[in-house]
Design a protein around this ligand. Structure first.
Ligand code: PLP
Length: 478
């Protein structure tokens, strides 16, 4: 492949788009320029390969393909079958799973498919059994009533949001917290770590149908063997949402007790975070749940997105190459270097460090809320997101934390030396920012004061740092 093939492909695509709606073509170009210039530390973002990106822009997008491979509700799906089967095959090989369902449009959708599959498998409702064998029309009013009561009355035990869990792990305002009678486990206030004895105690008391592990903002490994033992001890189905760390599982950084696939009954993930694929979701499971999982569409999901399933096949093929293991290890090395750099400069980190791709800063030591810190960093060309810390006194909106992650910068090629420079930039911004006041003089949780000259200087240093690591170096748009 000539080096210019990628440039040619993207330039040609933009030319075609520009002829119809030039503002969209301009926005696409501007987005690349913005991404090239900013120090992206959003833990859930990455840069997919040109091959993955290009796979999404074609006529697979036009297809309807409800059903599963070889068993569709629409004619003419033979090519969709090819790419869906390939994506599933790559996923099974990569993760050592016996079944992979690659249709979910996102991580939340994958979780909904898993919840449905577990309910459908575990709830002993005669009405549900009837519905399962497609005798929905035979259900009486009383059946419907019983079905709603039984499905909506099940228990879920998941990690609390402020300890690092995800909204869909039973957070009250989320549908999962409404579907399920929910309870959460947190972390040890002294160490910030999961206390497995406390999880076991909560499981014994609450007897959940589903025990959920996985996180969006927990900077440590989770021992899935112990979690499975807890689930088994109370007869719960053990579900792991590995959306954030799927790339570390794929790259064999997380193995043994820390690889969820051999331990969980069902595993869900996104494909676009550390796994570096297209935006989307996926479910892995054993044969017991496979039939229910495959009913995801149309039970829970809208029609599959064949162009994205094709891109999943490409990205998963990339993740099966030997160099992906090296990439995954570098993600963790970089996160640890960043954490050490921050600790050396006096920053407080939740759990005191990291075992994975993310670092959670408690910025209250700088006298700031997460919101103030996030905006001050953004003014300085450093893109992060605010995040609650355990027992956060500022709540989920303003927060006291900043979550940073290394998958994206690692994809650009930055290494541990650059992480130390990044730690210095972050520390400089945070230590030079002070909280602002409202118009009436009361302290504000959103306003902040940062000398624009400092922000400009840091922005320039961030740009200089990135200059040695061009993003999509093979692509020039003009
Ligand atoms: N699960 C976890 C643990 C996540 O962190 C996220 C995203 O932030 C999701 C699920 C949802 O993924 P998506 O945005 O693709 O629906």
């Amino acid at each position: 492949m000539s080096l210019n093939a990628e440039s040619t492909a993207f330039r040609s695509a933009l030319e075609v788009i520009r002829a119809v709606e030039p503002r969209v073509a301009d926005a696409i170009g501007a987005e690349l320029a913005d991404q090239r210039e900013s120090l992206k530390l959003i833990a859930s973002e990455n840069y997919a390969s040109p091959a993955t990106l290009l796979t999404m822009g074609n006529w697979f997008s036009d297809k309807y393909a409800e059903g599963t491979v070889g068993r569709r509700f629409y004619a003419g799906c033979q090519n969709v079958d090819t790419v869906e089967a390939l994506a599933a095959e790559h996923a099974k090989e990569l993760f050592g799973a016996s079944h992979a369902y690659v249709q979910p449009h996102s991580g939340i959708d994958a979780n909904l498919v898993a919840f449905w599959a577990i309910l459908a498998d575990r709830v002993e409702s005669p009405a549900l059994k009837k519905a399962q064998v497609r005798q929905v029309n035979d259900l009486t009013e009383a059946d419907w009533f019983a079905l709603r009561r039984e499905l909506g009355n099940q228990r879920m035990l998941g990690m609390s949001l402020d300890a690092g869990g995800h909204l869909t792990h039973g957070f009250r305002p989320n549908i999962s917290g409404k579907m399920f009678d929910q309870r959460s486990y947190g972390t040890d206030p002294a160490t910030g770590l999961i206390d497995y004895d406390r999880v076991a105690e909560a499981a014994r008391e609450f007897k959940p149908l589903i025990l959920v592990a996985g996180y969006s903002a927990y900077p440590r490994k989770v021992n899935f063997r112990i979690m499975r033992e807890i689930a088994d001890s109370v007869g719960a189905t053990f579900m792991v949402d590995m959306a954030h760390f799927a790339g570390l599982v794929a790259g064999k950084v997380f193995t043994g007790d820390f690889d969820p696939v051999p331990h969980a009954h069902i595993v869900t993930t996104t494909t676009h975070k550390s796994l570096r694929g297209p935006r989307g979701g996926m479910v892995l499971c054993g044969p017991e749940l496979a039939d229910q999982v495959d009913r995801g569409c149309p039970m829970v999901l809208g029609g599959p997105l064949p162009h994205v399933m094709a891109a999943k096949a490409v990205a998963l093929a990339e993740a099966r190459r030997p160099d992906f293991a090296d990439y995954a290890q570098r993600i963790v090395d970089n996160a640890q270097a960043l954490a050490e750099g921050l600790l050396r400069r006096g920053t407080t980190l939740v759990t005191g460090g990291t075992d994975n791709h993310l670092v959670l800063l408690d910025v209250s030591g700088y006298g700031l809320t997460g919101r103030q810190a996030e905006q001050a960093l953004l003014d300085s060309g450093i893109v992060t997101n605010r995040n609650a810390v355990p027992q956060d006194r500022n709540g989920a909106w303003y927060t006291s934390g900043i979550r940073i992650g290394t998958p994206a910068l690692t994809s650009r090629g930055l290494g541990t030396a650059e992480m130390d420079v990044t730690a210095e930039l972050i520390h400089t911004v945070l230590s030079q920012t002070t909280p602002g006041a409202n118009a009436d003089g009361t302290p504000s949780k959103a306003k902040y004061v940062l000398d624009p000259a400092v922000a400009d200087k840091i922005s320039k240093q961030a740009t200089d740092l990135l200059a040695g690591f061009p993003l999509y170096p093979t692509i020039t748009l003009s």
